[in-house]
Design a protein around this ligand. Sequence first.
Ligand code: HEC
Ligand code: HEC
Length: 380
Amino acid sequence: MRHASLVAGLALSCSALAGLAAVHYLQPAPAWVWNLPASFKPPRIPADNPMTEEKFQLGRRLFYDTRLSGNGTQACASCHFQHLAFTDGKAVSTGSTGEPTARSAPSIANTAWNPTLTWANYSILDLERHMLVPMFGENPTELGIDDSKRDVVLQRFRDDPDYRARFARAFGPGEAGINFSNLIKAIAVFQRGVVSADSRYDRYLAGKVQLTEAEERGRHLFFSEQAQCSQCHSGPTFSDQYADVTSREVRTPYHNTGLYNVDGKGGYPDGNRGILELSGKDADMGAFRTQSLRNVALTAPYMHDGSVPTLAAVLDHYAAHGRTLADGPHAGDGSRNPHKDPRLDRIQLNAGDKADLIAFLKTLTDETLLTSPRYANPFK
Ligand code: HEC
Ligand code: HEC
């Protein structure tokens, strides 16, 4: 309910601004240059939010600005740190009023290619709509912009001459342009522009560097029947949820990887039962989106709830065809989860294979993403 009325409100403020924008763009903005290696195709972009440098730079400031939270303590960047590939290094995050999130913060890099957003929600199809969750959501509170804070938050940006100039350059003149619809569009453009495509693996694909023997063995394994990894971690983003401008049919699969089996019938812990929470279907128990593996050496702890501490532990989990928790509230043998994706049972990994796979996964670290001033905090 809450989100439906929010979205309607945003649509209204957009059409009110259409006239202004038309006057401002007497000359068409130069086309966005994606600068992608051959293995990537440009992502799909919503027709009503084209990429521009003005929006990218405005969105970058907003992403790092703590004035974008009800109590002024948190920004998007408080849970998405550049040096950790835009994750936060925690199992779960903490919102601006101290509430924990249910799941672990994923990266924002390459989200332009994600056909659905978050770990387990097939109804959030674009970054614009996703942003309503951290900004206005109350379950849990993240940025905490509740009804009493909406005007206060916008006024902070309207009172700042630098933001007034930036909003005017991005969306046309007038204080009315400083509204949540435009603010969300700008942050979405920034996020779409945050691309990770310059890892050692990308340079290897481009023929610029060679992999070590262990990395090369790991690469072969990763794409093999023996390890099965690329069955789900496929394509340029290493996820089978992927879409670009050439995609005709976009699939949005979710998989149960046998992390839990709390009741012997395949149950996952309450509140984190995957897309079953939305669909209500038994078969969807524990089904989550395949996570991208780009920069995975930096994004520990792993899985939707951050319950797997290291890459070695992730590979032990896969080698055992599921995770067994001997005690505690979530005890159970995940390898016997009846909802588990059957491909997991085909995985055969010995100790050497696991080490080689880890060596390969480390080639997915992208120093450009971690250090580029273009993605960095503009207030520093
Ligand atoms: C309190 C910490 C926190 C804050 C603040 C926060 N996020 Fe997140 N973010 C998360 C968590 C946790 C998730 C995973 C949510 C889930 O799957 O249920 C997430 C998910 C995302 C995703 C989905 C990525 C994917 O691969 O699907 C994007 C994009 C994102 N956040 C962008 C933002 C933006 C933009 C802001 C600011 C408007 C923001 N976040 C503020 C913690 C946070
Ligand atoms: C059947 C599909 C499937 C196969 C096969 C598979 N994965 Fe995954 N992988 C997933 C899903 C789904 C998740 C998220 C699961 C969750 O959080 O509950 C995941 C999560 C991960 C993560 C954690 C990422 C993060 O940021 O938290 C790593 C690392 C990983 N997989 C590596 C591998 C490797 C290496 C292989 C091969 C040995 C492999 N996966 C095989 C579907 C698969």
